[in-house]
Design a protein around this ligand. Structure first.
Ligand SMILES: Cc1cc2nc3c(=O)[nH]c(=O)nc-3n(C[C@H](O)[C@H](O)[C@H](O)COP(=O)(O)OP(=O)(O)OC[C@H]3O[C@@H](n4cnc5c(N)ncnc54)[C@H](O)[C@@H]3O)c2cc1C
Length: 381
C-alpha cells in the first residue's frame, strides 16, 4: 500500500502547521481562545481558519468552498489536531455540511455551506437518551400540520448546539415496519421558539448539549432531503464521517507522541535521559509503529474515497480507520502519561488534554464496539 501526497498537499500541510505554530503554539494563546479550557471550541479561531479559505475545505467551489478532496480534508484535520488548534468540533461542522451538500434544497444548501466558509459551527442531533448506539430507535417526533411541522421530544449529546445558529435534526415522522423507516431530517434554527439548549458537563469543557423540543413549529421547507429518507441520508455520509474522526485522532496521536518524546529526551533520572532506558525506548518504538500504521490506513481510505475504483469495501475500511486511529490515540496518550511520570498527570503539560480527547473519540461517531460490529459483519459474521 502506498500513500503519496502531491507537492501541493505537502505544502498545504506545512502551511497549516505554520498557522498552528503561530496562532496557537503556546498554552497562553490557547487559553485566551478557550477561556482557559472551559470552551472546547473557539469560533474566533474557526473564523481565522475560514479567512484563509480552509474551513470549507471539501465544500464545492460554487458554494464558497475550496473544492478539496478527501486527502486534502485529512491533511487539514490531521495538522489542526496535531497543532492543538482549539477547533476540535470543526469535524462535526464538516460532517453536517456534507449532508446539506448532498440533500438540502438549493436555497438552504447555499445558505448553510456559505456559513461553513465563514467559519460558523454546525450541529447534528441524532442521539437521544434512549437511542445511542441503537440510534434508529429514536422517538423525537415531527408531526405534519397544514402549513409545516411541529417538533416534540429530546435529543442529547449534540455537539456545537450552543455555538451553532442552526441544528440538523433527525426526527421520527412515521412508524414504519422497521425502526429505520419513517425518519426525516430537518433544518432547525437555534432560536426556534420551544427549543431549549442545555450544556452537559463533561471532562472537556463546553462541547455537548441536551436539546428539548416543545411544540416547535417549522415551515414545510425545513425538511432536508426527502420525508422518510433520514436513515438512508445519514448512511450516505458515514464513510466520510469516520474518515474525518480518524484524521483528527491521527493528529492527536502524533502530538501526544511529539510531546512525550520531547519530555523523555530531556528528563534525566539515574544520570541519563529516561528515553534511553531500553524499556522506555521499546515502548516508544511500538507506539511510533502503531501511529505509522494508523497514518497509512487513514490516507489509504482517503485515497479510496477519492477514487472508488481503488476500493473493495469502503465502509469496512473507513470503520477500520476510525477504530485504529482512535485506539492508537488513546494508547499513545495513556502511555505518554505513564512515560512522563507525575508530569504527564499534571495539567501543566498537555498530555492530560490528549488523554481526554482520545477517550471521547472512542465513543462518539459510533463507539469502537459498533465499528467492530460493522467490520465483523462485512466478513459475513
Ligand atoms: C463528546 C461526544 C460528542 C457527541 N456528539 C454527538 C453529536 O454531535 N450528535 C449526536 O447525535 N450524538 C453525539 N454523540 C453521541 C454518541 O454518538 C453516542 O454517545 C454513541 O453513539 C454511544 O451511544 P451511548 O452513549 O448512548 O452509549 P450506548 O449505546 O448506551 O452504549 C453503552 C456501551 O454499550 C456498548 N454497546 C452498545 N451496543 C452494542 C453492541 N451492539 N455490541 C457491542 N457493544 C455495544 C457501547 O459500545 C458502549 O460501550 C456524542 C457523544 C460524545 C461523548
Amino acid at each position: 500500500m502506498t500513500v503519496t501526497l502531491t507537492d501541493e498537499q505537502h505544502e498545504f500541510g506545512s502551511a497549516v502547521r505554520e498557522f498552528c505554530r503561530r496562532e496557537v503554539g503556546s498554552r497562553e494563546q490557547r487559553d485566551k481562545l478557550t477561556d482557559c479550557g472551559r470552551q472546547s471550541h473557539s469560533l474566533d479561531l474557526n473564523r481565522r481558519v475560514a479567512a484563509l479559505g480552509w474551513a470549507a475545505i471539501n465544500v464545492p467551489e460554487e458554494y464558497g468552498g475550496a473544492g478539496g478532496n478527501h486527502v486534502d480534508l485529512c491533511v487539514l484535520l490531521e495538522e489542526l489536531a496535531r497543532g492543538m488548534a482549539p477547533i476540535p468540533w470543526h469535524g462535526t461542522t464538516l460532517i453536517t455540511g456534507g449532508i446539506y451538500n448532498r440533500f438540502a434544497h438549493e436555497e438552504l444548501k447555499k445558505a448553510v455551506l456559505a456559513r461553513i466558509a465563514d467559519g460558523a459551527a454546525l450541529a447534528i442531533a441524532m442521539s437521544e437518551p434512549g437511542a445511542g448506539s441503537d440510534v434508529a430507535a429514536m422517538n423525537c417526533r415531527a408531526e405534519r400540520t397544514a402549513d409545516g411541522w411541529v417538533l416534540n421530544g429530546q435529543k442529547t449529546w449534540c455537539t456545537n448546539a450552543h455555538l451553532a445558529d442552526s441544528i440538523l435534526l433527525v426526527a421520527r415522522t412515521d412508524r414504519g415496519e422497521k425502526k429505520h423507516h419513517g425518519l426525516t431530517m430537518f433544518h432547525v434554527p437555534s432560536d426556534t421558539p420551544g427549543l431549549i439548549i442545555k450544556g452537559i458537563d463533561t471532562m472537556n469543557g463546553e462541547e455537548v448539549n441536551d436539546l428539548y423540543f416543545t411544540d416547535c413549529v417549522l415551515p414545510t421547507d425545513a425538511v432536508v432531503g426527502e420525508v422518510g429518507q433520514g436513515w438512508r441520508q445519514l448512511m450516505a455520509g458515514l464513510d466520510t464521517e469516520r474518515l474525518i474522526l480518524a484524521a483528527q485522532m491521527l493528529g492527536t496521536a502524533e502530538r501526544a507522541f511529539d510531546d512525550c518524546l520531547a519530555f523523555i529526551t530531556e528528563r534525566t533520572q539515574f544520570g541519563q535521559p529516561v528515553g534511553s532506558f531500553q524499556a522506555v525506548k521499546h515502548r516508544i518504538a511500538d507506539l511510533a509503529t502503531e501511529i505509522e500504521c494508523a497514518r497509512l490506513l487513514v490516507y489509504s481510505v482517503a485515497q479510496q474515497a477519492d477514487d472508488p475504483s481503488r476500493s473493495t469495501n469502503l465502509s469496512r475500511a473507513s470503520s477500520m480507520a476510525k477504530l485504529k486511529a482512535t485506539e492508537v490515540s488513546k494508547s499513545m496518550s495513556l502511555e505518554g502519561m505513564q512515560l512522563m511520570g507525575g508530569y504527564g498527570y499534571s495539567t501543566e503539560f498537555d498530555m492530560v488534554h490528549h488523554v481526554r480527547v482520545s477517550l471521547a473519540a472512542t465513543i462518539y461517531g459510533g463507539t469502537n464496539e459498533i465499528q467492530r460490529e460493522i467490520i465483523g459483519k462485512s466478513y459475513g459474521l
